[in-house]
Design a protein around this ligand. Structure first.
Ligand code: ZN
Length: 131
């Protein structure tokens, strides 16, 4: 892969990481403040709804941070953007969407077929729908 592209993606990942860390800090701060004022809140349902959203967001950030860290490690190791299976280059377009992708599209397709359409990330379908 073009070293220029790699460094571009790297700085994008670092910027994203910084944003998430900032959001996490902000989220934590707000959560603490809310905890203190919790006893004054009469309508609990609103608060619980907000907490639920925050929990989901912080989970989302954790997943994204893990992806970013994995990608940064792969950049350092020089294996970023290279398919683990066939050594082919993973398209930059794909890496922008999934920076932690370790397989090219062809291998990903084979992998998904072999593993019974279970995806690498996201919720596993409860009922095994095979097309
Ligand atoms: Zn491949």
């Amino acid at each position: 892969m073009n070293p220029k592209t790699v460094s571009q993606l790297k700085s994008e990942l670092l910027a994203k990481k910084k944003t998430i860390l900032n959001l996490q800090a902000l989220n934590k701060h707000t959560a603490q403040e809310e905890e203190q004022s919790m006893k004054d809140v009469i309508d609990r349902s609103d608060v619980e709804g907000e907490w639920f959203t925050k929990e989901r967001m912080s989970h989302h950030w954790k997943v994204e941070l893990a992806q970013i860290n994995t990608s940064l490690q792969r950049i350092e190791a020089g294996t970023f953007g290279i398919c683990q299976e066939c050594d082919a280059g993973i398209p930059v377009k794909r890496l922008r969407v999934r920076p932690d992708a370790t397989l090219c599209l062809d291998c990903q397709e084979i992998f998904e077929k072999e593993s019974g359409s279970i995806r690498l990330s996201g919720p596993t379908p409860s009922s095994g729908v095979i097309h």
